[in-house]
Design a protein. Structure first.
Length: 416
C-alpha cells in the first residue's frame, strides 16, 4: 500500500513537471541559432578551447535572467513589454521597446540568414531566395499555430539539432583535459573581444527575455491561487535550468568541434559553407550533411521564436500581450521579418553578418537587463514576489559585467 501511494505521488509529480515544461525549450532554440553557430565556430577555430568559459558564464547569467523574466510573467500576469508600457513614462518605455525591436530584427536576420545558408548547402538555393522562403514558411507556421502546437514543433526541432551535434562530437577527437580547463578558466586572447561579445550576445539574447515573460504570462497563472503561483515558480526554474543546460551542451559542442577539427589544423573559419566543406574531407559525408541539416532546423525554429518575440514587443507598445490574430502582434512579426530581409539584401559576407548581428544583441542587452531589474524589483508590480536583496545583487552584478564588457568592446572598436 505504501509503495502504491509513493508510486502515485511520483507519477503525479512527473505529470506536473511535464505540464510546466515547454517555455524553457522555446527559449533554448533562441541561443542555439545560426548566429551562435557563427560565433562558436569563430571562437573554436580561432582560439581553440580558450573561450569555452564564456559559454559557461553566459549560460549562468542566462539562467538567472530568464528565471527572473519568467518570474515577472507568473507573478504579475504581464510580459516585460506590457509592464514597461504600463509602469514607465511613455518616452522611456518607447525608447527601450523600440531598441528591443531592433534586437529582435537583428536576431531574425541571423536566423533567416543561417537557414538560407543551410538551404544553399543542401539544395543549392541562392541565399536571397532561401531567405525569403525561410521568412514566408515561418510566417505561415506562426499564423496557423497556437503556443501549445508551437512548443511541440520546436521541441522536435531542438531534438534533431541536439542529436546532430551529439553525433558530430562522437566523430571528432576532443582533447577533454583542455576542454575542461577552457570551461572554467577565464581568458581573453589578444583580439578576441569581438568574438567574446558575439558569444555573449548569442547566448544572453534580449528578445528571449521578452519572449519568456510573454510565454509564461499567457498561461495566466497569476489569476489562480498563491499555491499555484508558487508551484509554477518552482517548476519554471526546473524547466529553465533543464532547457538552458541543453543549450549549454549544444553551444559547447560547437566550440569543441571547431577547436578539435579546425583550430588543431590552423584553419580559421569565416564562412559556414567553408565549415561544411572542410568537415567533409576531414570527417566524411555524414558530418557535412548532419551539420547542414542541423543548421536548417536551428534556423527554422529560432526564426519562429524571433518572430514571436518581435510580435510580443511590438504589441507591448500598445499595452497588449502577444496574439497572432491581433493586428499589432501580426504587424510586429511582419516588421521583424521584413526589416531582417531588407538588411540581408545588403550583406555582402553572410558570416560577418551573423557575427555582428550577435554583437549588436550584446550592446542592446544592458538596456533590457536594467529594465527587467526595475520591473521585477517593484513591489507595486510584483507584490510579495518582488526581488529579494540577494536577487537584486545578483542581477546588478550581471548588468554591470555585461555593461563593462560592452564598454571594453567600444574602446577596442574606436581605439580609445
Amino acid at each position: 500500500m505504501k509503495r502504491y501511494f509513493e508510486t502515485e505521488i511520483t507519477r503525479k509529480s512527473a505529470r506536473d513537471f511535464l505540464r510546466y515544461i515547454g517555455p524553457g525549450i522555446l527559449i533554448t532554440v533562441g541561443f542555439i541559432d545560426p548566429g551562435n553557430w557563427a560565433s562558436n565556430l569563430a571562437a573554436g577555430s580561432e582560439y581553440g578551447y580558450a573561450l569555452l568559459w564564456m559559454v559557461t558564464l553566459s549560460t549562468i547569467m542566462l539562467i538567472i535572467l530568464q528565471h527572473n523574466a519568467a518570474h515577472l510573467g507568473i507573478a504579475s500576469g504581464l510580459c516585460i513589454s506590457e509592464a514597461a508600457r504600463y509602469h514607465l513614462p511613455k518616452p522611456v518605455s518607447g525608447f527601450l521597446l523600440l531598441s528591443a525591436m531592433g534586437a529582435a530584427v537583428s536576431t531574425a536576420l541571423a536566423e533567416i540568414l543561417g537557414g538560407a545558408i543551410a538551404l544553399q548547402l543542401l539544395f543549392n538555393i541562392p541565399i536571397m531566395y532561401g531567405a525569403v522562403l525561410m521568412a514566408v514558411f515561418c510566417l505561415v507556421l506562426l499564423k496557423s499555430n497556437s503556443y501549445h502546437k508551437m512548443e511541440k514543433i520546436i521541441i522536435g526541432f531542438v531534438s534533431i539539432i541536439g542529436l546532430s551535434f551529439i553525433a558530430e562530437v562522437y566523430l571528432v577527437p576532443i582533447e577533454w583535459t583542455k576542454a575542461a580547463a577552457g570551461w572554467v578558466v577565464p581568458s581573453l586572447p589578444h583580439g578576441s573581444l569581438v568574438v567574446v561579445m558575439s558569444v555573449l550576445g548569442a547566448v544572453v539574447m534580449p528578445h528571449n527575455l521578452f519572449l519568456h515573460s510573454e510565454i509564461i504570462q499567457s498561461r495566466q497563472w497569476n489569476l489562480e491561487s498563491a499555491k499555484v503561483i508558487e508551484r509554477q515558480l518552482k517548476y519554471e526554474f526546473i524547466d529553465t535550468l533543464f532547457s538552458m543546460g541543453i543549450g549549454w551542451a549544444i553551444n559547447s559542442a560547437m566550440i569543441l568541434i571547431a577547436a578539435s577539427v579546425f583550430f588543431a589544423q590552423n584553419i580559421v573559419i569565416d564562412d559556414l559553407a567553408q565549415a561544411v566543406s572542410m568537415l567533409q574531407p576531414l570527417l566524411g559525408n555524414s558530418a557535412a550533411i548532419l551539420f547542414a541539416t542541423a543548421l536548417l532546423f536551428a534556423g527554422l525554429s529560432s526564426t519562429m521564436t524571433a518572430g514571436m518575440a518581435g510580435g510580443s514587443i511590438f504589441a507591448g507598445l500598445f499595452k497588449e500581450s502577444y496574439d497572432i490574430e491581433d493586428k499589432h502582434s501580426w504587424h510586429g512579426v511582419l516588421l521583424t521579418y521584413g526589416f531582417a530581409i531588407m538588411i540581408i539584401f545588403f550583406i555582402s559576407k553572410p558570416f560577418d553578418g551573423l557575427i555582428y548581428s550577435q554583437m549588436v544583441l550584446s550592446m542592446q542587452l544592458p538596456f533590457t537587463i536594467f529594465l527587467q531589474i526595475y520591473l521585477t524589483s517593484s513591489e507595486k508590480i510584483m507584490g510579495k514576489y518582488a526581488n529579494s536583496m540577494k536577487q537584486k545583487i545578483m542581477l546588478w552584478i550581471i548588468g554591470i559585467i555585461v555593461t563593462g564588457l560592452n564598454v571594453m568592446l567600444l574602446r577596442e572598436m574606436f581605439n580609445l
